[in-house]
Design a protein around this ligand. Structure first.
Ligand code: NAP
Length: 490
């Protein structure tokens, strides 16, 4: 089975930070893939913009090098690469001065009214400068949008200030706050599973679900993002955005349609229903951890502070028992965990159903496991429904726990597109369903801020854990205290 590609209308994508890591690793390869898929139409252009002086030709060489570095050789088709490079332009622009802005204006003002998207792949500290320059140089047309990357603030107050800064220049419907987790195939499949099937929704509540687990595990350490990460930590870097967005998609009520406002209204209600975690319960409901030396990918690795080269109490791991104060989810804990240098790179959502109320099978049938729905985001995106079945054969009634396994790579004869590919095109289509609205971002901070304050007030220290494990023992205790266990990687 293959999917249909619907071409998008022509656009100019201006990538501020066109020479940065995000553009090189993600944005340019994602846009090339859309070229390869036949989705780009004439006269689409991609315009790199940053301070470094470069000609168009030099930036095309930079782009080609990025494609060669980050894509497989067989993905680089000569004609398509040439067609893609012909779309690439570059302007040297400084967010902090007038340098280059007239050149950018000249390049953009072609007289054709096509979609214009500004992607801010730069530090949030210059979002405001860029927004102001865009306004001052009259670069906003009827079909202009702006895309901003995380982090959106480091607490509620700074997020509000950043949103105000951008909001002074752009209307909310022009602002696309990207969370690339929402562009993942499986994340959207979660909506399809829940709302395109009659099977799950009647069971999707506290009467039938025992608990939910959301794990976003990385095996890597700091990877160069030292200054940013040490100031942020795992709660700000992963929980405030990616994990809470996943929690919202699991927990929200059925929206009236897939319309962006309908979906985002429902997600917002979930965020506002999260039970506050404050200094009174933060110790019981959360665990902070920091990796020590250990082994990763078979080799020895240093601890966080050695990598950092300084003493630090920043958490590289966090586990939280979250609760949602509404009728659907009362009494159903959502166990959240994320960390660096964990045993493996893996992100998944586990919906753990309640055990059967009574077994008609004798002891010889074996243990009856409760059903689980496992939604795997990475690696190997797919869904597994764990069920009990009879062990085949004439040996009497013996039961076995097996999974109905739907690995997307195997089930569909298509390449699994990177999340950025979909999101970049959604910007052009002006579809905000998979982007965060201002009030969502701020509601998420509103829940995260008291946890940060609680940690500070009670002096909750990051517990050491050996690199290559599943985090501090306190994280295992957090769930085992409730008579549950973290889902094993299967
Ligand atoms: P980066 O590698 O440091 O790149 C920053 C870019 O900004 C460079 O192209 C730089 O080019 C440009 N720049 C800096 N000052 C400028 C100015 N005054 N005017 C115009 N351009 C300027 O950063 P990154 O890793 O790509 O990250 C960019 C943003 O995305 C950050 O907000 C980051 O948190 C976010 N993000 C990144 C990733 C990732 O995987 N890298 C993932 C999620 C979110 P010049 O020096 O030539 O000006």
């Amino acid at each position: 089975m293959s999917s249909q590609i619907i071409p998008v209308e022509p656009f100019d994508y201006v990538v501020f930070g066109g020479t940065g890591d995000l553009a090189e690793r993600k944005l340019l390869p994602a846009l090339y893939h859309r070229q390869l898929a036949g989705q780009l139409t004439e006269p689409t252009r991609i315009i790199g913009a940053s301070r470094t002086a470069m000609t168009n030709e030099e930036y095309r060489n930079y782009t080609l090098a990025a494609l060669k570095e980050h894509l497989k050789a067989e993905e680089l088709e000569e004609t398509e690469v040439a067609n893609f490079l012909a779309r690439i332009h570059y302007v040297s622009v400084d967010a902090k001065s007038d340098q280059g802005w007239d050149d950018l204006k000249k390049l953009l003002d072609t007289g054709k009214d096509i979609v214009r998207a500004f992607y801010l792949a730069v530090s949030p500290s210059i979002f405001g400068d860029i927004a102001d320059k865009i306004r001052d140089h009259k670069l906003i047309t009827k079909s202009t949008r702006i895309v901003v990357e995380k982090p959106i603030g480091r607490d509620l107050a700074s997020a509000q200030a950043l949103n105000d800064t951008i909001g002074k220049v752009f209307k909310e419907e022009q602002i696309f706050r990207i969370d690339h987790y929402l562009g993942k195939e499986t994340v959207q499949n979660l909506m399809a599973l829940r709302f395109a099937n009659a099977l799950y929704e009647p069971l999707w509540n506290s009467a039938h679900i025992d608990h939910v687990q959301i794990t976003v595990a990385e095996s890597v350490g700091l990877e160069g993002r030292v200054t940013y990460y040490d100031k942020a930590g795992a709660l700000r870097d992963m929980v405030q955005n990616h994990i809470l967005q996943l929690l919202c998609l699991v927990a929200m009520e059925a929206p009236s349609s897939l319309d962006a406002e309908a979906v985002r209204d429902e997600k917002l209600k979930v965020l506002r229903s999260l039970k506050p975690i404050t200094d009174g319960n933060v110790e019981k409901q959360t665990v902070r951890g920091q990796y020590r030396a250990g082994a990763s990918a078979g080799g020895p690795v240093n601890g966080y502070q050695d990598e950092l080269g300084a003493a630090s109490d920043t958490e590289t791991f966090v586990a939280i028992k979250a609760e949602i104060n509404n009728w659907r989810w009362a009494g159903v804990p959502f166990y959240l965990r994320t960390g660096k240098r964990l045993a493996t790179r893996m992100s998944e959502i586990v919906i753990a159903f309640k055990p059967i109320p009574h077994s008609i099978f004798g002891e010889s049938a074996g243990r009856i496991e409760a059903n689980k729905l496992v939604i795997r985001l990475q690696p190997d995106e797919g869904v597994k429904q764990w069920l009990m079945i009879k062990d085949p054969g004439p040996g009497g009634m013996r039961l076995r726990h097996v999974s109905l396994d739907m690995s997307f790579a195997q089930a569909f004869d298509v390449r699994n597109p990177d999340a950025y590919e979909r999101l970049l095109m959604d910007v052009i289509r002006s579809n905000q369903t998979l982007f965060m609205r201002r009030d969502e971002v701020e509601a998420a901070w509103n829940w995260v801020d008291p946890i940060l304050k609680g940690w500070e007030e009670i002096g909750q220290k990051a517990q050491g854990y050996t690199s290559g494990t599943w985090g501090p023992s306190q994280a295992i205790a957090l769930i085992e205290r409730d008579g549950r266990t973290w889902h094993e990687n299967d």
